[in-house]
Design a protein around this ligand. Structure first.
Ligand SMILES: [Zn+2]
Length: 132
């Protein structure tokens, strides 16, 4: 299944239908640890979990929404000023992104191909979700 939905740094949990025209990919981090972005110390102390829901490239004509379990970790280094931090998925998403890197790249390519003009039809936009 990871051939159809490559998730760098993540593990696919399940794929669910989200109505007749959409899929939801549920995923989580592969590893049970994360590095503090301030001191680079490895932490396995989970503070909490939350969901990130970025848009992804469409698949088989269906819109794809990810549901990515993201955790907050405690930094246990007493010299570090940061007490907690959120794990990151740098190969999949930028920080605070609402869409995956591959969707952002596809939208950028479409924009460049159209010379910055809006597409004349939905087909010209190759069924990718609108920028957002
Ligand atoms: Zn730290």
């Amino acid at each position: 299944m990871t051939l159809l939905f490559p998730l760098p740094g993540c593990r696919l949990v399940r794929i669910a239908r989200d109505g007749p025209a959409a899929l939801t990919i549920v995923a989580e981090a592969k590893h049970g640890h994360a590095c503090c972005p301030t001191c680079r110390a490895v932490s396995t102390s989970v503070h909490s979990q939350y969901w990130r829901r970025p848009a992804d490239l469409p698949s088989s004509g269906k819109a794809v929404k990810m549901q990515l379990a993201a955790r907050r970790f405690y930094c246990r280094d007493p010299a570090c000023p940061r007490r907690a931090f959120a794990e990151r998925f740098p190969k999949l998403l930028t920080r605070h992104a609402q869409r995956t890197r591959r969707l952002a790249e596809a939208q950028a390519r479409t924009g460049l191909a159209l010379g910055g003009r809006p597409p004349r039809s939905r087909a010209a936009a190759s069924a990718t979700p609108a920028d957002g």
